[in-house]
Design a protein around this ligand. Structure first.
Ligand SMILES: Nc1nc2c(ncn2[C@@H]2O[C@H](COP(=O)(O)OP(=O)(O)OP(=O)(O)O)[C@@H](O)[C@H]2O)c(=O)[nH]1
Length: 685
C-alpha cells in the first residue's frame, strides 16, 4: 500500500477520520489535518494491526483495546502452564487465550512493536501475561521462571539462510565446476594421479606469479573447469564433513590393478558412501605387468558391491596409469559427465560462503585460509567470519599464484586478511559490515565458552533422544572386530535385529583396532562404534573423547546384541493402551455464565483423572468422547477424584450435558515395546 492521506486511511480502516486523528496523536504520529499524508511504512503497520483485529474481533472497539486492564480476565483464574515451545507469540497468545492481534495492538499502543509468531523471551511473556492479569507457571519449575532463553548460534542462522535461498531460488541455480577428492589405499597412486593432472592440465603460470599451494587446484577439460582437492585420502574428507564443511562433490576411488581392493579402499569407499558423494573408480597402474583389471573389477563387485558399467552396473570404472597418463583424459571426461548428471549447482549472485580446506600462519601474509568458494562471488574488501574469527579480505590468491579481485563458485583461493587463524574446515561467510562480523564472532565465542564443558555427545542415548524428536529412526553403526569370522558373525546377528520401524545402517565394518579415522567417520555420520574383541588405540580414544563419540567394546557377542536390542527397543514407538479408571453419573447440570455447563458428578467406581479421557453415554448411546477441561472437588481444582465422592466436571468442547448421563473414564498408557529375536537364530549366535 502506498502512502495515504488521513481520511483515505480512515476509510480503509472503516473508522471516523476524527477518531483516527485522535489515535495517531496518541501514537505520537504527527499529522496536521485529515488531508495530511501518512508514509507508506506507517500505513502498512496500521493496516496490519487495526484491520486484522477489527476483522477478527468486531466487537472490540479500538478505544477499549487501549485499556487492557478493562479486559482483565476473571480475577482468580488458574495459572497457565508454559513450556519453551510456547514462547512464540501466536502459541503464547493461544495459551493465554488472548488473540494475538490484540496483544500486538496493545503493545503497539505502548510503543512496542511485536510481530505475529515472533519468538518471545520469558520476560516478555511475563510482561504480556501481566497486562492481561494472567498468572504463569513454567515447565519443571512451578514458581521460578527461567530468565535465559537459549542463545541462538548466529552461524546456524547463516546456514539456514542458505537453505532458504536454495529452496526459494531453484530457478536461479546454475552449474558450477565439480570439486573432486581422490581417495584410496596406501600407495595405490593417489598423489601420482593428482600430480599428473596438475602437471599436464594447469595452464602456464601467470607472468610474474609464483605457483601457490592453496589446498586445491583447478584444471580445464574441454573448456570446463574441475577443482581437485590437493590432499588425497578420506581422513581429511571426513574431518571436513564432521565439521560441517563438506566441499567434495565427487570422489575418485583409486584402486591399484596389481593389488586390488584393500582395507583402506573399503574404508575410503564407506566414508564416501556415508557422505552420499558419487564415486568414480580409477583402476590404476594398468601399465604394470602384473596388473589385473578384471580381477580388480571382480573385487569391486564382491567387496564393495560396486558393479562396473560394462558389467551391467552403474559404477563408472576407468582403467588408468597415473604414471604414464594412460586414460587420465577419459577419467577427467567421466568426472565432467558425473558432474553434469549430479546437478552440481550454486546461486552465483547469492550471499557468499566458502569451505575452508586448511589454515596456516603465513610468514608474509599472516593468518590465511585456503578455501573453496561454494556460493556467491567472494571479493577483496568483503567482511568475513569463519567460526569465531573475523577478517576483511585483503587479498585473494589462486592456485597459480595470481591475485584475484574476486573468486567465483568452486574456485580454490587463499584468503588473506583474517585477524586470527580460523578453525580449519570452518565455513566462511561474507557479512555486510565489520560491526555485523564482530557481533557474530562475539556471539559464537560466547556460545563456545558456554559449551566448552558440554562436549558434543554422539552417544547412544543422545541419538535415541534426537531420533524420538525427529521421528527418524535409523541407527548408524561402525563395527570393528578381531577376525573376519567374528565380524561376519556380528554382521549376521545384527541383520536379524531389524524391524520395520528402525533401520540399522552399518556405515563401516572392518577387522582391526578402532582408529582415528573410525572416530571421525562416527562423528561425521553420527554413528556409534561397536568393537568386538578389539580396543581403540590411544590416539583414537583421545579423539573419541574430544568428539564425543561413543565406543562400546565387548568380548561376548550376545552381550553386544543384548545392548543393541535394548537400544532398539528404546527407539520403538511405545504401544498405546486404554485403561479404564472409573465410572460415574451426572446428577446435576449447572450453567455458569461465560464459562459454560458444569456437570455435578457422582463417582460410582474407581476414579476420574483430570488428564484422562471420558465417554458420555445417554440412554446407552455414546454422545461424547473427549477430554476433561476442569475437575473440581468442593470448589477446589483437583487432579483426581475417587468413588464414592462427588465432583464438578467441565468437558472440553462439550456443553450439552444432561442429568442421568453415564460417564466412563479412562487413561491412555504407553507401554514400551519389546523386540523379539527368533529363537533359532539366537542359538546360532
Ligand atoms: N607403474 C606404475 N606405478 C605407479 C602408478 N601410479 C603410482 N605409481 C607408483 O606407486 C607408488 C605410490 O604412489 P603414490 O602416488 O605415492 O601413492 P599414494 O596413494 O599417494 O600413496 P600414499 O600417499 O602413501 O597413500 C609410487 O612409487 C608411484 O610411482 C602407475 O600408474 N603405474
Amino acid at each position: 500500500m502506498a502512502r495515504l492521506r488521513v481520511y483515505e486511511l480512515a476509510k480503509q480502516l472503516d473508522m471516523d477520520t476524527k477518531e483516527l486523528l485522535h489515535e495517531l496523536e496518541e501514537l505520537g504520529i504527527e499529522v496536521k489535518s485529515h488531508m495530511s499524508f501518512i508514509d507508506e511504512e506507517t500505513v502498512n503497520i496500521l493496516l496490519d494491526i487495526y484491520k486484522q483485529t477489527l476483522d477478527e474481533e468486531e466487537d472490540i472497539s479500538l478505544a477499549k483495546t487501549r485499556e487492557p486492564s478493562k479486559e482483565k480476565t476473571e480475577a482468580k483464574k488458574p495459572p497457565v502452564h508454559i513450556t519453551e515451545a510456547d514462547l512464540k507469540l501466536d502459541k503464547f497468545a493461544e495459551k493465554i487465550k488472548i488473540p494475538q492481534n490484540r496483544i500486538i495492538q496493545d503493545f503497539f499502543m505502548k510503543g512496542e512493536i511485536l510481530k505475529p509468531g515472533q519468538t518471545i523471551s520469558i520476560s516478555l511473556a511475563k510482561k504480556i501475561a501481566k497486562m492481561y492479569d494472567v498468572r504463569l507457571t513454567f515447565e519443571e519449575d512451578e514458581t521460578a521462571v527461567k530468565e535465559q532463553p537459549k542463545l541462538e548460534n548466529p552461524l546456524d542462522e547463516l546456514k539456514r539462510q542458505f537453505e532458504e535461498i536454495y529452496q526459494n531460488n531453484k530457478d536461479k541455480l546454475v552449474n558450477r565446476p565439480p570439486v573432486v577428492t581422490v581417495m584410496g589405499h596406501v600407495d595405490h597412486g593417489k598423489t601420482t594421479l593428482l600430480d599428473y593432472i596438475r602437471k599436464t592440465r594447469v595452464a602456464e603460470k601467470e607472468e610474474g606469479g609464483i605457483t601457490q599451494s592453496v589446498g586445491a587446484y583447478q584444471v580445464i577439460v574441454n573448456g570446463k573447469k574441475i577443482t581437485f582437492i590437493d590432499t588425497p585420502g578420506h581422513e581429511v574428507f571426513t574431518e571436513m564433513r564432521a565439521r560441517g564443511a563438506q566441499a567434495t562433490d565427487i570422489v575418485v576411488l583409486v584402486v591399484a590393478a596389481d593389488d586390488g581392493v584393500m582395507p583402506q579402499t573399503i574404508e575410503a569407499y564407506n566414508h564416501a558412501k556415508s557422505a552420499n558423494v558419487p564415486i568414480i573408480v580409477a583402476i590404476n597402474k594398468i601399465d604394470k605387468a602384473n596388473a589385473n583389471v578384471d580381477m580388480t573389477k571382480q573385487e569391486l563387485v564382491t567387496k564393495l558391491n560396486l558393479i562396473p558399467e560394462d558389467w551391467g552396473g552403474d559404477t563408472i570404472v576407468v582403467p588408468i596409469s597415473a604414471r604414464n597418463g594412460i586414460n587420465v583424459d577419459t577419467l577427467l571426461e567421466m568426472i565432467l559427465l558425473v558432474a553434469e548428471m549430479q546437478d552440481i549447482r550454486c546461486i552465483p549472485d547469492s550471499p557468499v560462503r566458502a569451505v575452508t580446506i586448511e589454515t596456516r600462519l603465513d610468514k608474509g601474509y599472516g593468518p590465511v585460509a585456503n578455501a573453496i568458494v561454494k556460493d556467491g562471488v567472494l571479493k577483496v574488501g568483503d567482511y568475513v567470519v569463519a567460526g569465531k574469527v573475523f577478517g576483511k579480505v585483503k587479498a585473494l590468491i589462486d592456485d597459480k599464484g595470481k591475485r584475484l579481485k574476486e573468486a567465483e563458485p568452486s574456485t580454490p583461493v587463499m584468503i588473506v586478511g583474517f585477524e586470527e587463524l580460523p578453525d580449519p574446515h570452518s565455513i566462511i561467510y561474507v557479512v555486510d559490515s565489520k560491526e555485523k562480523a564482530l557481533e557474530i564472532v562475539e556471539k559464537v565465542r560466547e556460545i563456545e565458552a558456554r559449551e566448552l564443558r558440554k562436549k558434543r555427545q554422539v552417544k547412544l542415548e543422545e541419538i535415541l533422544k534426537r531420533m524420538q524428536e525427529t521421528e527418524k529412526r535409523e541407527l548408524k553403526l561402525i563395527l570393528k572386530a578381531d577376525t573376519v569370522g567374528s565380524l561376519q558373525a556380528l554382521q549376521n546377528a545384527i541383520a536379524k535385529l531389524r524391524t520395520n520401524e528402525i533401520d540399522i545402517d552399518i556405515v563401516h565394518s572392518a577387522v582391526g583396532a578402532i582408529n582415528s579415522s573410525d572416530i571421525m567417520l562416527a562423528s561425521a555420520s553420527e554413528a556409534i562404534i561397536l568393537g568386538f574383541r578389539v580396543k581403540a588405540d590411544n590416539q583414537a580414544s583421545k579423539l573419541a573423547e574430544s568428539e564425543g563419540v561413543q565406543i562400546k567394546t565387548y568380548t561376548i557377542i550376545y552381550k553386544l546384541l543384548e545392548d543393541l536390542k535394548a537400544a532398539l527397543e528404546g527407539m520403538l514407538e511405545p504401544e498405546e493402551v486404554e485403561e479404564k479408571t472409573g465410572y460415574g453419573e451426572i446428577k446435576k447440570a449447572f450453567k455458569i455464565h461465560k464459562y459454560g455447563n458444569i456437570a455435578g458428578v457422582q463417582m460410582y467406581d474407581g476414579y476420574v483423572d483430570k488428564s484422562g479421557f471420558v465417554r458420555i453415554y445417554r440412554n446407552g448411546a455414546l454422545v461424547f468422547e473427549g477430554k476433561i477441561e476442569s475437575l473440581k472437588h468442593y470448589q477446589q481444582d483437583v487432579n483426581k477424584v475417587s468413588a464414592p465422592q462427588e465432583c464438578g466436571i467441565k468437558f472440553q468442547n462439550f456443553d450439552d450435558i444432561k442429568e442421568g448421563d453415564e460417564l466412563e473414564f479412562y487413561i491412555i498408557k504407553k507401554i514400551p515395546r519389546k523386540l523379539t529375536i527368533i529363537e533359532e537364530e539366537k542359538q546360532q549366535i
